[in-house]
Structure formats: structure tokens, C-alpha cells
Write a protein that binds this ligand. Structure first.
Ligand SMILES: [Zn+2]
Ligand SMILES: [Zn+2]
Length: 207
């Protein structure tokens, strides 16, 4: 069961994935509405997975950590980036401080988080940031794509990323679509879309 939330500012999406265990994919900037929903559902929060280290995806981490005590998971490259330099969160773009929280699980590509029948496979997709990840859920053939690829668009690569790497990462997602199928992409911003849109997007930007 997937519940979607859109952040009031910067329009970043969060996805609450509920099975025997519960995971939240990205925390937005203010996670108080997400916290209310978790309480209403009475499911707790086992994992909080950040697709990358930008403030509009991690700003709500601390509130949720304090309220529910989830294990916070992020790719090791982005975890190191924000530990070394807070500016990697791009917090200077907004007039607020982004409370940093410790990362409990340092992810690499190929890691799997089991929630029950639902499993989230970590795909390292550098480009938007060097530690950006997508999460693939094989049961529903869903891809949580963070800021790597949106419905009809791709992430910027000029804020700590690399355009060529981004192209290669999206190419790998096209291959994943061909080999294993992607029914739905749940992007970090904007509406959900069907998986076929990834190839069109690749061709538009990198073809
Ligand atoms: Zn971003
Ligand atoms: Zn974003």
C-alpha cells in the first residue's frame, strides 16, 4: 500500500510504503502531515529512506526520527557529502536551517530493504547528486525515482551532480524497464507516470 504526499513548498513528493514494516521514501521539508498520517494509520515507521541529500527531501527527517525512531537510510556517497559539508543539502536556497540527522544505514547499489512481501531494491543512479538512488519494487513493478527522472523531465545536474552520469543512469533505467518492467514511476517531484515514459525522456534529453 502506497500513500503519496506532496510537500507544500518546493513540491517534493514523499511516499509511505506500508507492509509488515513501513518505509517512507523522502521526508519533504516539513513532515508534520506525514507524521499525522502515520499516527492515524497506527503503523509506526521502520525506515526513512532519502533518495538523495537535498533539503527538500531530507528536511523532515528530524521530526520523524524524534517521533517514530526510524532507521534513516541514504546512499553512502550523499551521507558523506552532507557530513563533510552541509552546503551539499543546498539549504542556502531556502531561508531556514535544515536539521541534519545521522544516517543509520549507509546504502549502496544492490542493497535490499525487506518490508514483508514488499521489497525495495536500491539502484545507484548518480547524476543529480553523486549519491542519488532509485528504489525498485518488483512485486508492483514500481520505481521510486527521486530527482533522477520525472514525468517527462530529468533532474538538474549542476548542483553537485554530473550530466553525463545522469544520462548513463537513466539509460540503465531504460534497460531495467526492458528487462524487468516498470509499471509506475513515482518521482521526487510531479505526478506519477508509466514506466515507458523513461525511454521517451531519455531520448529527449540524451538521444
Ligand atoms: Zn534534488
Ligand atoms: Zn527535489
Amino acid at each position: 500500500m502506497i500513500h503519496s504526499f506532496m510537500s507544500d513548498s518546493y513540491g517534493s513528493n514523499s511516499y509511505l510504503v506500508v507492509d509488515k514494516k513501513t518505509a517512507l521514501i523522502d521526508a519533504g521539508i516539513d513532515s508534520s502531515r506525514i507524521a499525522e498520517k502515520i499516527e492515524e494509520l497506527g503503523v509506526g515507521l521502520d525506515f526513512l529512506i532519502n533518495t538523495h541529500c537535498h533539503f527538500d527531501h531530507i528536511g523532515g527527517n528530524r521530526l520523524l526520527k524524534e517521533r517514530f525512531g526510524p532507521k534513516i537510510a541514504m546512499h553512502e556517497i550523499d551521507a558523506d557529502a552532507i557530513r563533510k559539508n552541509k552546503k551539499a543539502t543546498l539549504y542556502e536556497m531556502i531561508d531556514a536551517c535544515v536539521p541534519l540527522t545521522l544516517v543509520d544505514i549507509r546504502l549502496s547499489g544492490g542493497d535490499i530493504l525487506n518490508l514483508g512481501k514488499t521489497r525495495l531494491e536500491v539502484i545507484h543512479t548518480p547524476g543529480h547528486t553523486m549519491g542519488s538512488i532509485c528504489l525498485y519494487e518488483p512485486g508492483s513493478r514500481s520505481l521510486f525515482s527521486g530527482d533522477t527522472v520525472f514525468s517527462g523531465g530529468v533532474g538538474r545536474a549542476d548542483m553537485g551532480g554530473d550530466w553525463e552520469e545522469l544520462g548513463q543512469s537513466i539509460r540503465a533505467l531504460v534497460k531495467l524497464t526492458e528487462e524487468r518492467g516498470i509499471e509506475t514511476i513515482y518521482p521526487g517531484h510531479g505526478p506519477a507516470d508509466c514506466g515507458d515514459s523513461i525511454e521517451e525522456t531519455y531520448n529527449t534529453y540524451f538521444g
